[in-house]
Design a protein around this ligand. Structure first.
Ligand SMILES: Cc1ncc(COP(=O)(O)O)c(C=O)c1O
Length: 429
């Protein structure tokens, strides 16, 4: 509905009616948390068998007793499995414990403290900057903020970051040391980088010789629909171009097995892996190899992982479909309310210009929680106050239906309030 075309009295009446329905929803006493992209219980239950895998095992991996210290780069089987999944070589995989995010933090921290391959430690430089495509993953931006790295926002387009801008920035400023990328089913917009974006990232000219692409491949195998987006293998491109050292690729089994007890890895050139081994030598005498072996036995190979991911998709798809259907019922064709329809990943990205903060605030008042508006932008600055990240994985379908009723009502109220404020500012309280 175009609220702008309505006379003030009619709009006020419509708003009052919407507020009345909203109050009814508030009284239902349901709470829904959609702040983060977590797997739901049914998804976690899929991998409980993992805990039985070691019952009859001799705890050996290529002669190494996984219960003991050692093997800082991770066990052979898990390195081979990630290599097969990510399209890299086993020697290029450094597998650790739970959480790729913690590896990302470590690698930025190492660069700050020690530099990379002999470069000046970033701590000793007057400024260090990262390119941050936005909307993007809030935790990437939090790492930059926590570690004092200046963020340069570049727009996220339909096929990846605005590469014209990225190329200009990294070519001209040696203080720009990195870029955050979620190349497949990106968080939150759900897009996958085009071949051209991958090629340009791998081959662009960088002023900083120790520039690194923090290539967070969190959703590399997390397809929801029949069509799986194709992501060009950046390792293949960089290998040919002689730029392999610039890539740190991250992945984990957080959304394959257990988000709280998975395996994470960084895939990188053998030069980078050699340096990582040196850095980790002082940090740990080895990762949790018992969990790595359990994962290797349980997950077996790519084919088996794909079968498991299909089960995840069967649980998640109805939830994504519900969000899409309910938004479409109210806002199909509405130029002010736009949302993504991703083929995979964990998020639906909703854009409602100039209203995001108010919508999240209203939803909160009905106990439906979203990530704070603005969180998907560096420094939480969403210039157009428009992006909201919907994470539909955790709630049940019934809870999700309730949450969507709240969200839809919040969108309508926020937009009516905005029109009233803008068009009738002199008389609207
Ligand atoms: C883009 C992205 N990277 C990383 C993570 C966290 O990964 P991990 O559980 O391996 O730390 C998430 C979790 O939502 C994510 O969306």
């Amino acid at each position: 509905m175009d609220y702008k075309k309505l006379p003030k009295e009619q709009l006020l009446a419509l708003l009052a009616e919407e507020q009345k329905s909203f109050k009814k929803l508030q009284k239902e006493g349901i709470s829904v948390d959609m702040t983060r992209g977590r797997p739901c219980k049914e998804q976690l239950d899929l991998s409980v068998g993992l805990l039985d895998t070691l019952k009859n095992s001799d705890f050996k991996s290529s002669g190494v007793d996984v219960r003991n210290y050692g093997c800082p780069e991770g066990i052979k089987e898990i390195r081979e499995l990630f290599a097969e999944l990510l399209g890299v070589r086993a020697e290029e995989v450094f597998a650790q414990d739970n959480s790729s995010l913690s590896l990302m933090y470590d690698l930025v921290q190492f660069a700050k403290q020690f530099g990379i391959m002999g470069s000046t430690p970033w701590n000793k430089l007057p400024a260090v900057k990262f390119v941050c495509p936005a909307p993007g993953y809030d935790r990437h931006f939090s790492i930059c903020e926590a570690l004092g790295i200046e963020m340069i926002t570049v727009p996220m387009l339909e096929d990846g970051p605005d590469m014209n801008l990225v190329e200009t920035i990294v070519k001209n400023d040696p203080a720009v040391k990195g870029i955050w990328c979620v190349p497949k089913y990106s968080n939150p917009t759900g897009i996958t980088y085009s071949d051209s974006v991958v090629e340009r990232l791998a081959t662009m000219e960088t002023a900083a010789p120790d520039f690194r692409i923090f290539y967070d491949n969190a959703y590399f195998i997390h397809v929801l629909k029949d069509t799986d987006d194709k992501l060009k293998n950046i390792f293949d491109v960089a290998r040919k171009a002689g730029t392999l050292d610039r890539i740190y690729m991250f992945a984990s089994t957080s959304k394959i097995t257990f988000a709280g007890a998975g395996i994470a890895c960084v895939a990188a050139s053998e030069n980078n892996i050699a340096e990582l081994k040196k850095r980790f030598f002082f940090k740990t005498i080895g990762p949790n190899k018992v969990n790595q072996l359990a994962h290797a036995i349980y997950l077996k190979d790519k084919n088996n992982v794909l079968k498991l991911m299909k089960k995840h998709a069967d649980i998640l798809r109805p939830k994504f479909d519900l969000v899409d259907r309910m938004l479409a019922e109210d806002f199909a064709g509405d130029e002010f309310v736009r949302w993504s329809k991703p083929n995979g990943g964990y998020f639906i990205s909703l854009d409602v210009k100039s209203c995001a903060k108010r919508i999240v605030e209203l939803a909160n008042a009905a106990n439906v929680k979203f990530t704070n508006a603005g969180a998907t932008f560096p420094y939480r600055i969403d210039d157009h106050d428009m992006n909201i990240r919907i994470a539909p994985s955790v709630p049940s379908l019934q809870e999700l239906e309730f949450a969507m009723k709240v969200l839809i009502s919040a969108i309508k109220q926020a937009r009516m309030e905005l029109v009233l404020k803008k068009s009738f500012a002199h008389t609207f309280e």
